[in-house]
Design a protein around this ligand. Sequence first.
Ligand SMILES: *Cc1c(COP(=O)(O)O)cnc(C)c1O
Length: 352
Amino acid sequence: MIYNFSPGPGVLPLEVKQQIAEQWDDFAGTGSNVCELSHRGAVFTEVAERAEAKLRGLLSIPDDYAVLFTQGGATQQFSCIPWNFGGPAGYLVTGHWSAKAKRLAAAEIEVGLVADAGPDFKAVPEVADWNVDPRWRYLHITSNETIHGIRLPQVPKGLPLVSDMSSSLLGEQIDVSDYAAIYASSQKNLGPAGLTIVIVRRSIVDSVPDGVANFANYRVIDRAGSMHNTPPTFAWYAAGLVFEWVERQGGVAAMGRRNEKRALRLYEAIDNSGIFRNNVDVVCRSWMNVTFQLTDERLLDKFLDLSQQAGLHALKGHRAVGGLRASLYNAMPDDGVDALIEFLREFEKRHG
Ligand SMILES: *Cc1c(COP(=O)(O)O)cnc(C)c1O
């Protein structure tokens, strides 16, 4: 048995891969693969609309929000957000991704710093210590820092919030109406790479500043039903299957309860060990990306070798931070988390 702890592109639910395989040669009686069909034809139109309806249902997205199925990844949104909202804006820096979001936004608009958790990135500064400027058009946060393993423990209120949820969307319960916009790359928790979901208040869509190029313009994308150009049809289809799978698992709240519980089990195993550690403040520990280190770094290569042999794949930490990381996206079975915990115990016994 192989368990894939990749941070992204990440694991897909086995059931979804099986559905894709079953439909590979003949999607819905067309005799073609879904990726061979016109994005404007009736068959794909139904696929697209169904996926949007499922996502709206899973997140109870209010009618006054547009859902865009666009491209370019979260990285492209780092620039699209400031273009569509205008400036100035404030950025909360809690790790690698929010620092990058801030840096790219600063190339487009006037940007202020809300608070900075760096350079250690072990805890999110208290809300009472945040700098907030009422002139800001929006306040940008990163709900889950995929590389540093930090989850934002609370959602600030006040200014219109924009959140990068690339590694947490559908992984825990959220209230969409708390946000002016949410965006996420698909390849962590939603499906194959290529698709970028943007959930954005219609008041923003309707007031995009002049001069924003079509490919990035939320109004243009929305008015065209996300078909201002050929969308990533295969990723859109596959994400739709993932949405239906999440629904069958009991929905987003059920996923969130499960994800919290099993992440806590893994952190407990790390905390109770003599050779592994995690330095992130307990209330800010990610449910999706569990980062950890070996107290003796010389054991790292041996750990990676043996874990790979044991079928526990892609546990190497991001090159920016080193160490280890287990990404526990929705599609990771509970058995994978159990197998990892068992492996940590066994490794400590033999090599600790
Ligand atoms: C992966 C990731 C990104 C970058 O996504 P791309 O699709 O590579 O642009 C941005 N933010 C977060 C939180 C991520 O996890």
